[in-house]
Design a protein around this ligand. Structure first.
Ligand code: CA
Length: 504
């Protein structure tokens, strides 16, 4: 098929009969060269595929350069080159907008509304759907399929199957610089500033080193190699040189709307950190620009480490038979809706980066505007590597979108969240080409026409113009009979109290 397409697209082919012997010979030689290339390509595809899975924490989708949502400069040449070398999913969403449930979901293949794990610090070991006997982790799929499995850094959070890693070294946070908090706003992780460590001694750098070492080795089996960075999680402590790349007078702030929370139902309003929170403090203290600079600096540090790993792959014997996937576990707010970090069902909290490069399975420059989920990673990798996925998986294989990013697709992505201190019912958000519909608990709702309101500023739930759309999207919420209730929190009573106070 490939050969005939190439030949028919050659201008000479149409007039072969009237050709002079010299040009006929040229055509025959071209044909033979194409044939050889095709056979070589075919042979490369026949080799078992390795997988390089790259994960960044808390990296929002600014670097997709969507002028409707963020117009600032983001220095990320390596991630942008990776996106351009395969298929970039412009509308990819997490299954839950916070580390543990998001990673648990895409790594187990079990959606939050089946497992009951919608937030951090829930009792994961009480989830029947995540029963270790019944579920196979993504690493386990590859281990059982005859792969070597390696994982470095922050890959899972709270749920894993450790026996499925041949080597697994988790992440450590870098120590805080002397004199922290440097931003002088809050203690703990809500801080930023130049780190005192040399870049080569930072934990995410050494994680990249370990990943690179695997790529430099000879392997007698195909490998599943995962590298996860703790950055761009707070605190944003990175070397000064990254801060210097973003002169303060060139920092573009995200757009905020005064009174944005006024049109929200009470449970949605409570999802926002709200007035008096850290987000509010950053803005009122006149430190918003400084915070965004630190976030951008951290983004570029992440990009640099990913670039080192990708360079090592490029120089390795595995460059033509390794699938590369890059994802972020969820999005991140930087003041929008008076909120900082994650754990919301708005675009800032749920929109992620997702890109695939699969030799023989993707073409460079692919951009898909279909709405997809991080849940789709598991079945996609299984199909690309010809491994039989477990029957319970909640995602959908993206393989046909990798081949043709504009192919038909039911564009729906579902994200779940819970707040056990408010209600025992889940919050479910439907992201769709028609907009975003969210239901909090039993009956509190939001609808945004994202085609006209990309910042989700105006809740249109009561606008009759959208009644039919809302009805359509409401029907996409998993029914209450199949929606698992959030499992109890694993926080101690003391920590719960502290968290409640902080929120108040
Ligand atoms: Ca609003």
């Amino acid at each position: 098929m490939r050969i005939s397409m190439k030949i028919s697209s050659m201008p000479e082919a149409e007039s072969t009969r009237s050709m002079k012997p010299k040009s006929l010979m040229k055509t025959v030689v071209s044909f033979l060269m194409l044939l050889c290339q095709s056979v070589t390509l075919g042979a490369a595809v026949e080799k078992p595929m390795n997988v390089l899975l790259l994960i960044s924490d808390d990296l929002n989708s600014w670097l997709l350069e969507n002028p409707e949502r963020y117009t600032g400069k983001v220095i990320a040449p390596n991630l942008k080159a990776l996106a351009a070398s395969g298929v970039n999913f412009k509308y990819a969403y997490c299954a839950a907008p916070v580390c543990s449930p998001s990673r648990t979901a895409f790594f187990s293949g079990v959606a939050p509304w089946k497992s009951g794990i919608y937030n951090n610090a829930q009792t994961i070991n009480k989830s029947e759907a995540l029963n270790q006997e019944a579920v196979l982790s993504l690493a386990g799929l590859f281990k059982k399929g005859g792969y070597s499995t390696f994982g470095y850094g922050k890959i899972t959070h709270g749920w894993d199957q450790k026996e499925h890693w041949d080597e697994h070294i988790g992440h450590k946070r870098d120590p805080a610089p002397p004199g922290a908090p440097l931003a002088k706003l809050a203690g703990g992780e809500q801080d930023w500033g130049p780190i005192h460590l040399a870049e080569e001694n930072m934990n995410d750098t050494t994680g990249a080193d370990k990943t690179i070492a695997v790529l430099k080795k000879q392997h007698d089996k195909p490998f599943f190699l995962a590298y996860g960075l703790f950055h761009a999680h707070m605190p944003w402590y990175v070397p000064q040189k990254y801060f210097d790349m973003y002169p303060m007078d060139q920092i573009v702030l995200p757009e905020l709307k005064e009174g944005d929370l006024d049109d929200l139902p009470p449970l949605a309003k409570a999802v926002s950190d709200g007035p008096g929170s850290f987000a509010d403090k950053v803005i009122k203290a006149g430190k918003h620009r400084e915070a965004v600079q630190a976030y951008l600096a951290t983004t570029t540090y992440v990009d640099t480490q990913i670039g080192r790993v990708l360079d090592a792959l490029e120089k390795s014997p595995y460059k033509d038979n390794t699938i590369v996937v890059f994802l972020t576990d969820h999005g991140l707010h930087l003041g929008e809706k008076i909120h900082w970090q994650k754990t919301t069902l708005w675009e800032e909290g749920t929109h992620t980066l997702l890109m695939f490069r699969a030799p023989g399975g993707t073409q460079a420059g692919g951009v898909s505007e279909r709405f997809v989920s991080l849940m789709d990673i598991y079945p996609t990798l299984a199909e690309l590597c010809k491994l039989k996925p477990p029957a319970y998986l909640d995602g959908r294989s993206l393989v046909h979108l990798l081949k043709d990013p504009k192919a038909p697709w039911q564009s729906t992505a579902i994200t779940g969240l819970c707040d056990k201190s408010k209600t025992d019912l889940a919050y479910i958000s439907i992201r769709h080409e028609l907009g975003r519909y969210t239901r909090y608990g039993a009956d509190q709702e939001e609808f945004y026409d994202t085609t006209k309101d990309p910042h989700e500023w105006t809740n249109q739930i009561d606008n009759p113009t959208y009644a039919a759309t809302v009805k359509t999207l409401r029907a996409l919420v998993p029914g209450s009979a199949v929606t698992a209730k959030p499992l109890p929190t694993a926080l101690t009573a003391e920590r719960r109290e502290k968290k409640k106070k902080k929120k108040e």
